[in-house]
Design a protein around this ligand. Structure first.
Ligand SMILES: Cc1ncc(COP(=O)(O)O)c(C=O)c1O
Length: 377
């Protein structure tokens, strides 16, 4: 027993170290990590270039808050805005987590529009801080706080008719995961996203893309906004952005950024030099090793190779994939674990999630294909 508060059902081993697409427990057993540390290890575990950048920065300056201008922070902001150039974003505010990135976007939308309503979608998951929780569809974690959470409304996801019926001028912001991950890798059509953009723009309502899972090359493009050809008002990133060093980012369009006033946002640790160095190195690795196109190609291959008797279809894009299982997903998850393959569950009892590093290797891919073909569910 340790003094740790147990809040999560962890893998039944103690993890010791990791390299690339695999991790090793204390006994030296190797696991192929199709879970990616919960969609975080974009460049793989402990990529040498990321590790070197962190070590170099730690020796130079471990921390200074936004009270000081730092070249590495400015370099990170510029590198990120150039990486996501196709999404129409213009400025970035750095924080520490995905929930905080969403909280910031929702706060700014409320302040700038002067409205209080928020809209999200059935099955959406946006984090555990107050505004993020208010727009999250997960009764287990929202119900205990229902009496104090801000009011928000919800529409069915990917339902064009529901969009047409809604009066968007009543809400400050609409927040959406371009692919709903936790609820089982649920996608919407390009036409749905285009109409959502038209209706929100016409009503002066913020459209916030929560790209905490879909961003940073995972779908085969730098962002899902670019994938869908939609330019949101705000776009949020976290998870893979610094390969595992905590960082969140709230990106804004030029128009929305221009209305931000001094003091609107703040964070002691946000934009800290260690995270910024890891972020710059992460984006360099993704670009130089062409990891986004690798993610796209592997996703396309798995959509062909995995369906069979155990997996009826493969959902999602790039390396944010859902395996729809013929029987209970938990049985396939157990089978894969016994073969030392780590995958994620979802709130859909018939969907497993794959969200590995973007440089997942041929070895790991063929091991997954073989293990799934051997399942006798
Ligand atoms: C789509 C999405 N948004 C927001 C969050 C919250 O991010 P964090 O846990 O870094 O606060 C998550 C976390 O899983 C997520 O998947």
């Amino acid at each position: 027993m340790s003094a740790l508060l147990e809040t999560y059902a962890a893998f039944p081993f103690v993890l010791d170290h990791g390299r690339g697409d695999r991790v090793y427990d204390e006994d030296g057993s190797e696991y192929l990590d199709w879970y990616g540390g919960h969609c975080v290890t974009a460049t793989g575990h402990s990529h040498p270039r990321v590790v070197a950048a962190i070590a170099e920065q730690a020796g130079r300056l471990l921390f200074y808050s936004a009270a000081a201008r730092l070249r590495i922070r400015e370099q990170a902001a510029n590198a990120l805005m150039s990486f996501v150039a196709g999404s129409g974003m213009s400025r970035v505010f750095f924080c520490n987590s995905g929930a905080e990135a969403n909280e910031n976007a929702l706060k700014l939308a409320i302040k700038q529009t002067g409205r209080s309503g928020l809209l999200s979608f059935d099955g959406g998951w946006h984090g555990r801080t107050t505004l993020a929780l208010a727009v999250t569809d997960d009764p287990k974690i929202t119900d205990p706080y229902a009496s104090v959470l801000p009011q928000s409304q919800r529409l069915p996801f990917a339902d064009l008719a529901a969009l047409e019926r809604f009066d968007f001028s009543t809400v400050a912001a609409v927040i959406v995961e371009p692919i709903q991950s936790m609820s089982g890798i649920r996608c919407a059509s390009p036409a749905w996203f285009a109409r959502l953009r038209e209706l929100t723009a016409a009503a002066g309502t913020w459209l916030i893309f929560d790209e905490i899972q879909t961003g940073v090359g995972r779908l085969g493009t730098p962002t899902a906004a670019e994938f869908h050809g939609v330019r949101p008002d705000a776009l949020t990133l976290a998870k893979g952005l610094a390969s595992g060093v905590p960082v969140g980012a709230t990106l804004l369009s030029a128009e929305r950024a221009a209305a931000v006033q001094s003091g609107d946002l703040g964070s002691t640790f946000g934009g800290g030099p260690l995270a910024m160095a890891a972020l710059v190195a992460t984006l360099q690795v993704i670009q130089e090793e062409e990891l986004a196109s690798h993610a796209r190609d592997i996703g396309a291959r798995l959509k062909q190779s995995l369906p069979g008797s155990a997996v009826t279809s493969v959902l999602g894009e790039g390396l944010l994939l859902g395996l729809r299982t013929a029987g209970p997903a938990a049985a396939l998850k157990r089978h894969l674990f016994e073969r030392r393959l780590l995958v994620g569950g979802s709130s859909d009892p018939q969907v497993l999630r794959l969200m590995p590093c973007l440089n997942v290797s041929e070895d790991a891919i063929s091991a997954l294909e073989l293990a799934i073909s051997q399942f006798q569910g």
